[in-house]
Design a protein around this ligand. Sequence first.
Ligand code: NDP
Length: 293
Amino acid sequence: MGERKVAVVTGSNKGIGFGIVRALCQKFHGDVFLTSRDERRGRDAVHELEKEGLSPKFHQLDVTDKKSIYIIKNFLEKTYGGLDILVNNAGIMIPFHTKEEGNKVIETNYVSVVNISEALFPLLRPNARVVNVSSRLGNFTAFNMKDETKMKFANQNLTVKELTSLVWEYYNLFDCPNFNPKLYIGQFAYGVSKLGLNRLTSILQRNVSADQRQILINSCCPGYVDTDMSDHKGSLTVDQGADTPVYLALLPADEKSIAGKMVCERVVVKWDERNLQPNPQIKSMVPSMKSLS
Ligand code: NDP
């Protein structure tokens, strides 16, 4: 059992997760695990970063598969004896048309983070950082809710189990009043899953704040990023999209206030605040890898 520090990034064979692994390899003093549900895609991605002179490690992880979660848990426990950074980045947004297909969005973006937290949180070492890569569409979904529903989500005493019930209940209603009815159900599911993730973040922070580990858990929106998910329409590169998740993953030991928060491109926002304005500073904070090459 070693004391070497270790970071794990889910869904990091491409897109923002890949950018997060790249930046952590450059900035974090410890081993960085690029994980992927598909071993070949993951190993190819590791190889890409090795060509840049970086040394990420690889582990398979399908976030929707509990067995896969427990395999990486056992591996981390045996090899490192703990975990220092966990970035829950894996996510899907596919224009599903049926409710059943939309369920997959909630399962991947929300339920898997509940399962991963249950499995991996006991491993978190003092000063560990957890980042849930969410979306400002979660805030937008909350902003559009009826007041009585919002009050249920706002309850400070909610347990994770109660929140999960609320997420499914709300998703099954599909009655968000100001939501564009022409939206695909999958897009609605995406907003609900990210709203759930934002609330989950605050509950998980409350739960760990009771112990002495000084763990900080935050969710964030990376901005509109040029990836497969955005059909490459996003204006930020994956390195710029990685900026906020990495900033939160490396919050210093004396940071106290950014805890259980939702952070849109380095700016703390309320979970039900309508915040669709990108932070123009992000582009200047992180030079694009493309513009460097
Ligand atoms: P991509 O589609 O480019 O990448 C998503 C990653 O998640 C891929 O590596 C994918 O793997 C992985 N993934 C999907 N399902 C699973 C699973 N079951 N187990 C493990 N990995 C899985 O998306 P982005 O990089 O754009 O998105 C990353 C995160 O950022 C998501 O949570 C997304 O919601 C969020 N986000 C993105 C925005 C954007 O503008 N792009 C804006 C706001 C939030 P595979 O290759 O196998 O499919």
